[in-house]
Design a binder for this molecule. Structure first.
Ligand SMILES: NC(=O)c1ccc[n+]([C@@H]2O[C@H](COP(=O)([O-])OP(=O)(O)OC[C@H]3O[C@@H](n4cnc5c(N)ncnc54)[C@H](OP(=O)(O)O)[C@@H]3O)[C@@H](O)[C@H]2O)c1
Length: 395
């Protein structure tokens, strides 16, 4: 039996992880579950999987969860806050930690799991984008393994020979990162300003949390993924090429110097990369339907439109700048996306906020996690100040 801790269990990736685990009760045991505020769902998950530990970031909800669990006769311990997340990430016996908290909120717990030498299943790309090589160093120092959950990075991982995270595999010419193009592919630029949160969250291929859905619509998700891919696979800026592939069947490709290009294909369902990483190097059933090649029809590939979706360009510039630039980019994006989802910012102003933050704040070197957290705080303050009440960006 392999013990598993799921950080962000009530989210889209967390629920898919529990779906896969439920198919293999003889193989995995859920030891810890953690979420922010969705108490009722976390309670349901605790009743179904009977973990040793449940964590709810909101203290009031945690107290109510503890009382409800007691009422049901469960001996699950309940903790709260960052200390609770660290306890879940390092719980004895939990060999696998699914890092599926969204955004910078997952940074410390992902590090805790890496330092404790766990097999870290990395969905929380923001943690890696922010901290860069620091996370890879923590993985190496802790003797941990880092397995990518993003379908694209999991695809690349599957197309590469085995090797440590952060080291370029021999013979690789470049990596092709596929992008669905999001819900607004080929929309006229003029229509983008009035896009609503509901439209932005209605992704044509994937069902995901709201923040990543907006990131997919702006193409910032692909920008974050580009930085993630450079770090995970030891590639220099320019070593990752983004290509729009609206069908989302080819999840990414690796091109070798001899002209071979390897790809991983599958239906767009996160349970495939999750099952792959849970069982690696073995293979297990995920519940995902077989790919019906005869019914697929044509697969299309095209260049992304960086003028229509400037977030991709901003991420490419941030990775070239290096240092704290990706952390600044990530934090400004998180603040702008939250404001958009709350109806306080226009869709097209998301990129404007990020660009202005990157112009105003100089990137510095990253020597420690404190440097990353300081950059994150500065960019949040700056972005917050730029977002006016009018839906646009303050001068
Ligand atoms: N969804 C996908 O298909 C997909 C694909 C690839 C990568 N990813 C990445 O996976 C991560 C999760 O995405 P998602 O779509 O699953 O997001 P989501 O549906 O919004 O779920 C986020 C999860 O994080 C929890 N959370 C948020 N803030 C927290 C905090 N401060 N403390 C503890 N828990 C916290 C949420 O708890 P509550 O529910 O209680 O708020 C929820 O369980 C993101 O980094 C995303 O980029 C997602």
């Amino acid at each position: 039996m392999t013990g598993v801790a799921i950080l962000g269990s009530t989210g889209s990736v967390g629920k898919s992880t529990l779906d896969v685990i439920a198919r293999h009760p003889d193989r995995f045991r859920v030891l810890a579950l953690a979420a922010r505020g969705r108490r009722e769902l976390l309670l349901e998950q605790c009743l179904a999987f009977r973990p040793e530990l449940a964590v709810l970031a909101e203290p009031e909800g945690a107290r109510e969860l503890a009382a409800a669990l007691k009422q049901h006769g469960l001996r699950t311990a309940v903790l709260t806050g960052e200390a609770g997340l660290a306890a879940a990430a390092t719980l004895p016996g939990a060999e696998i930690v699914m890092a599926a908290i969204v955004g910078a909120a997952g940074l410390r717990s992902t590090f805790a799991a890496a330092r404790a030498g766990r097999r870290v299943l990395l969905a929380n790309k923001e943690a890696l984008v922010m901290s860069g090589r620091l996370l890879l160093e923590a993985v190496a120092a802790g003797g941990a393994a880092l397995l990518p959950i993003d379908s694209e990075h999991n695809a690349i991982f599957q197309c590469l020979p085995p090797g440590p995270a952060g080291v370029r595999a021999p013979g690789v010419r470049r990596v092709w990162l596929t992008a669905s193009g999001g819900p607004f592919l080929r929309w006229p630029a003029a229509r983008l300003a009035s896009v609503t949160p509901e439209e932005a969250c209605a992704h044509p291929r994937w069902v995901m949390g709201r923040k990543i859905s907006v990131d997919s619509a702006t193409l910032m998700n692909k920008g974050l993924e580009l930085i993630e891919a450079e770090l995970l696979f030891g590639l220099a800026p320019g070593g990752v090429e983004v290509v729009v592939h609206p069908e989302s069947i080819v999840h990414s490709l690796v091109e070798y110097v001899d002209g071979s290009t390897l790809a991983q294909l599958g239906n767009p369902d996160m349970r495939t990369p999750i099952a792959h990483a849970l069982a690696w190097p073995e293979r297990i059933e995920s519940g995902v339907e077989s790919l019906d090649l005869l019914r697929l029809g044509a697969l299309r590939f095209e260049a992304p439109d960086r003028s229509q979706f400037p977030c991709l360009k901003l991420a490419e510039a941030a990775t070239r700048t290096g240092g704290t630039a990706p952390a600044l980019l990530n934090a400004a994006n998180e603040v702008a996306v939250a404001a958009f989802l709350e109806g306080r910012l226009n869709f097209t102003a998301i990129a404007e906020v990020i660009e202005r933050v990157l112009q105003r704040l100089a990137a510095g070197p990253v020597a420690s996690l404190e440097d990353v957290l300081a950059a994150d705080a500065d960019a949040r303050r700056e972005a917050g100040g730029l977002i006016g009440a009018s839906g646009g960006v303050a001068a």
